[in-house]
Each structure stands twice: as C-alpha cells, then as structure tokens.
Design a binder for this molecule. Structure first.
Ligand SMILES: [Zn+2]
Length: 359
C-alpha cells in the first residue's frame, strides 16, 4: 500500500498552517517553507507541493518527503502516529518553525577548505560500482571522466559506513560540521555514521575545483525525487547541506547555466563549454559572484525544455535573466529541439550523430 496516496498534500499543508502561494504547474503548488522559514519576502516561496505524488520539497533548504513526513516533522510525531492522526482527520497543533527546529541543533557547515579535505579522503575509500559506471557512460561521459569526476557508489552495509568513519577519524579528520555525517547513539555509546541511500555521489565543485558537497543520484526514486543532497540535517551532531552551485569547466567569457551537477558534468564534457549548475531553477542566490569569479561576460540559461509548458520555471528564468543583466552580463536563453528534455540529452544526440558521420 502506498500510504502517500491516502492523504492530500494541499489539505494537509493547509491544516499544518503552511501558506500556499500559487499554483506553479499542473502538478505543483508553491508554498512558504516552514522548515527554513523561507525568504524574507513573504510573497516568495521555495516549498513545492506535488499533488500527483503527494510529496513536498524545498529548493531552498532541501527538506523534503511525502505527506506523512510533512505531518510527522511539523508535529514531532513519528511516522506511524502521524499516519494515524492523518487517518483520523485530526487538525494538528503546530508550533511555528522557530520553536520546532531547536529540537536537534545543527552544526554549522565547516569551511570549504576543511570540507574538501575530508570529502576527498572519504572518496578515496570508496569505489564506483559497475552498474553506476554504466549509468554514467550511457549519459555520454567517457570512462576517464567517470574516474576524473570522482563519482562513487554508496556502500550498502552499515558496518562499511561506520568503518569508513572510524578510519577518517583515526587519520585525523573531524566529521563535525561535514554535511552527510552524523552520530548514532547506542547504549550511551556514540559513533559516527553517514546517511544511508542507494545510489552514487556526484561531487559539486567550486571555482577552484574544491568539493563543496554532494548530490546523490538515487537508484530508485524516493518520494518523487531522483536526487538528494548528502545532508545530515535533523540528525544527532549532523550538518545540513546548502544548495551548492557547481562549476564545471575552466574560467571562460561564455558560461552556460543549467539545472543539476550531473547534467552539467555531461554537458560540459560533450561540448567543452564551461557550465555552472544550480540545484533548482530558483536556487540562484549569489550566482553572479560565481560567474564573476569565472570571468563570464556572456551567459546562456539552459533550463530543461519543459520550461515551455511550466510557468513557474519560466518565471524563475525571467527573474534570473533580469538579475544577471542587472549584474552586467549579456544574457541569452538557450533552446533546442524539445524532444530532448535536458541540454545534456540534446548534446548527446548531436555527438552520436557526429560519430555516425565519422565512422
Ligand atoms: Zn526550506
């Protein structure tokens, strides 16, 4: 039974006191995020409520889950009790987000210098499973790039995870403040672990090639999402990830902006052009700084082609365009045959055609 389908996310969100702002597409509504408090402007929202899957996701703080999670997290109940309350149709008692969050105190994120060091030592202990490498090759990356870009598979056994943590600590790395890592407590003994998903890591690098954090490509879609951040928000001694923007390529006067670090890795490899990836179309805070660091003059926005039918994405694109023009960049929207959703898909088709001609 899919418990998700039993409750409507819009009604539940309203009962939880969440402010719903507007309809974003045929399947989604935008609301104010109760987890991060959302932006200062009360008319802006980052929490997406998907009515066909009854899931939620905040593009600002990365908080997400299904309708039962939403109820559970905002009331402090566990999933089972939250489900029962929802089934009874009870209107919950909800405290404002500021009073809920201190239940577990987050560590603040360690500096990029420290994170890069810890993450690289961490990746050194991992391998890329053949089925993940196959997935990456299918997207158009070369075998060498699957190695150079440091994609790694998540270990499946808890013992493996804890052993890796023990080794890192023994080697002198401090896991406090590193998103993804947290502590478990058993019989008054604490030990380090990291979040448990099935899939592979995609490093998100900055202008200097340092690893800021990771997105995880899940083997199976979870709660409507294929990608999640490597984040240990809401865990003992955990650290939340930020919505990192990635740099894919070297400094250049021409830069292309697209959604998602893996897509940008592939598109950069296939085109040779430098890409900046944003985790979501509205997660563009500070992007002008990244573009300046890269020496950009001309910027192309290349969001997925469903932009043609999605008014929320269109609006986000218009806003980004205005922001970048104001910051002094020349801006153009990049479009292509809408049969290919992402710019990576389109470039892959072109490269296959080219190879056909060569052989
Ligand atoms: Zn949020």
């Amino acid at each position: 039974m899919n418990k998700n389908r039993d409750f409507n996310i819009i009604d539940t969100a309203k009962n939880l006191g969440i402010t719903i702002l507007k309809r974003a597409s045929s399947e989604e509504y935008v609301a104010r995020c109760p987890f991060c408090g959302d932006s200062k402007n009360p008319e802006h929202g980052h929490l997406y409520l998907n009515i066909s899957k009854n899931v939620y996701y905040c593009v600002r703080c990365g908080e997400g889950g299904d309708v039962v999670d939403l109820y559970a997290k905002l009331t402090g109940l566990d999933r089972k009790d939250a489900y029962d309350e929802l089934a009874k149709g009870n209107i919950p008692e909800v405290k404002p987000y500021k009073e809920i969050t201190p239940k577990i105190k987050h560590n603040s994120v360690a500096s990029i210098y420290i994170r890069d060091k810890v993450y690289r030592a961490f990746l050194n202990k991992l391998t890329l499973e053949p089925h993940h490498r196959k997935n990456l090759l299918r997207r158009g990356l070369s075998w060498e790039m699957t190695v150079n870009n440091l994609y790694k598979s998540l270990p499946e056994e808890p013992e493996q995870r804890q052993e890796i943590c023990r080794e890192l600590i023994k080697e002198g790395y401090n896991l406090k403040g590193i998103p993804g890592f947290y502590q478990r407590e058993e019989e008054e003994e604490k030990y380090w672990d990291f979040v448990d998903y099935k899939g592979f890591w995609i490093p998100v690098k900055d202008v200097q090639g340092r690893i800021q954090g990771f997105q995880i490509r899940l083997d199976e879609e979870e709660k409507g999402r294929k990608y999640v951040w490597f984040s240990s928000r809401d865990k003992l001694n955990g650290t939340p990830a930020h919505a990192w923007q990635g740099v894919h390529g070297k400094p250049s006067e021409v830069i292309v902006i697209t959604e998602g670090p893996l897509k940008a890795d592939v598109a950069h490899y296939l085109s040779g052009v430098t890409f900046v990836s944003v985790p979501g179309v509205t997660a563009v805070k500070g992007i002008e700084v990244v573009l300046r660091q890269l020496g950009a003059k001309k910027v192309y926005i290349a969001f997925d082609m469903d932009i043609l039918t999605n008014p929320a994405v269109q609006k986000a694109k218009t806003k980004l365009k205005e922001k970048l023009i104001k910051a002094g960049f020349k801006v153009q929207t990049k479009t292509w045959d809408p049969a290919y959703k992402g710019i990576d898909d389109y470039l892959l088709m072109l490269s296959k055609q080219k190879n056909k001609n060569v052989v």
